[in-house]
Design a protein around this ligand. Structure first.
Ligand code: COI
Length: 366
């Protein structure tokens, strides 16, 4: 039976996982391998978002001429629902993801989805799937909103029809090694994004274009690729799909440095939050250009003591070793550093309602 809410018709699945099946699938879920019983689909046609449906999770049916399959109008987001210390459920800054979703949409000539509808769709899905939210700190229900162009038409122009889709995945550690430091390869053969391109947008094509560089990093014995800017090939931009931070310790002062947003970097919600959390913890925080030479020299002289990558999926991941055509270096004996781990703990405590939400970032769902 279906019931209508303000914007979504709710049609419960006729074949949800049994309690035992769900428990089995939620044991060591890893990342992005287990999906819950329901999803949300909201169609866009005739210039407007139509009534969406929260319904059983399952395959989509797409016309082979759907423009997403040819010209790649596809964007996505990622955020998480966390079990709270008080037993409730909350998401972390979902409206920030909703706003970024619309910035991505605008760059790909796709329609904006009202941010309150984005947040409401997630709230409804999370409430329906409340038993799929893991309880351990560091585990969460990952929400994956996306939008694809669905008009069946072969001309190169923006589609007139789209689908917003949202599904959920109980998740643990993103990287198989957990929070052990990763080894990175600085890519000089490939670039992720160029000025005027789509670097700031979370569009599928950016990730497709990264895979060959990631494979090259793996050939070099590295876990991840580090991207340089397309113009000078000297300034550090990102690691894989994550933003980066560098920890400097000088004259009794700890400073966190992250590459400034130039339009070619993804404006990460975790990045933005860490810049504020760092200050709460008494550290300085700077957004500025950092070159490969500076990275290498600052580690060699001991000024830079730690480096890490951050994103929703993996939260914070230490970087232990760097390999490149310009030389190799090791950071903090290839071990997780204290500042990195302190920030990670502060972030997770906030997200799980263990510490006070002084910034008003948590969005209560249940
Ligand atoms: C994140 O770090 O949250 C990401 O964007 C990675 C994601 C593409 C799985």
């Amino acid at each position: 039976m279906s019931t209508a809410t303000t914007a979504l018709t709710i049609t419960p699945s006729t074949h949800p996982a049994s309690e035992a099946e769900r428990a089995a699938r939620m044991t060591n879920p890893g990342f992005g391998r287990v999906f819950t019983d329901h999803m949300v689909v909201i169609p866009y046609r005739n210039g407007a978002w139509q009534t969406g449906e929260l319904k059983a999770y399952g395959p989509l049916s797409l016309d082979p001429a759907s423009s997403v399959l040819h010209y790649g109008q596809a964007i996505f987001e990622g955020f998480k629902a966390y079990h709270q210390k008080d037993g409730g459920l909350a998401t972390f800054r979902p409206e920030a993801n909703g706003e970024r979703f619309n910035q991505s949409a605008a760059r790909l000539a796709m329609p904006a989805l009202p941010v309150d509808l984005f947040v409401q769709a997630a709230d409804e899905l999370i409430r329906m799937e409340k038993n799929w939210v893991p309880t351990a700190i560091g585990e969460s229900l990952y929400l994956r909103p996306l939008m694809i162009a669905t008009e069946a038409a072969l001309g190169v122009r923006p589609s007139n029809e789209y689908q917003f889709i949202l599904f959920a995945s109980p998740s643990g550690a993103y990287f198989p090694k957990g929070v052990k430091p990763v080894t990175v390869w600085i890519s000089e053969d490939y670039v992720r994004a160029a000025p005027g391109g789509t670097g700031f947008a979370k569009c599928a094509g950016n990730y497709a274009a990264s895979l060959v560089a990631q494979a090259q990093a793996a050939e070099q014995g590295c876990d991840q690729v580090v991207w340089l800017d397309a113009v000078t090939r000297n300034c550090i931009e990102e690691m894989g799909g994550m933003n980066m931070f560098f920890v400097y310790q000088e004259g009794g002062k700890t400073t966190l440095v992250t590459p400034r947003l130039t339009g070619t970097l993804l404006p990460g919600v975790t990045r933005r939050s860490l810049l504020e959390l760092a200050k709460d913890l008494g550290f300085e925080a700077e957004e500025r250009t950092i070159t490969v030479d500076e990275w290498k020299d600052a580690v060699a002289t001991g000024r830079m003591t730690e480096a890490f990558a951050c994103g929703t999926a993996a939260v914070i991941t230490p970087i232990g070793q760097v390999k490149s055509k310009r030389g190799d270096w090791t950071i903090h004996h290839n071990e997780s550093g204290p500042i990195t781990m302190k920030l990670r703990e502060a972030m997770l405590n906030l997200q799980h309602g263990v510490s006070a939400d002084t910034h008003g970032w948590m969005h209560k769902v249940l």
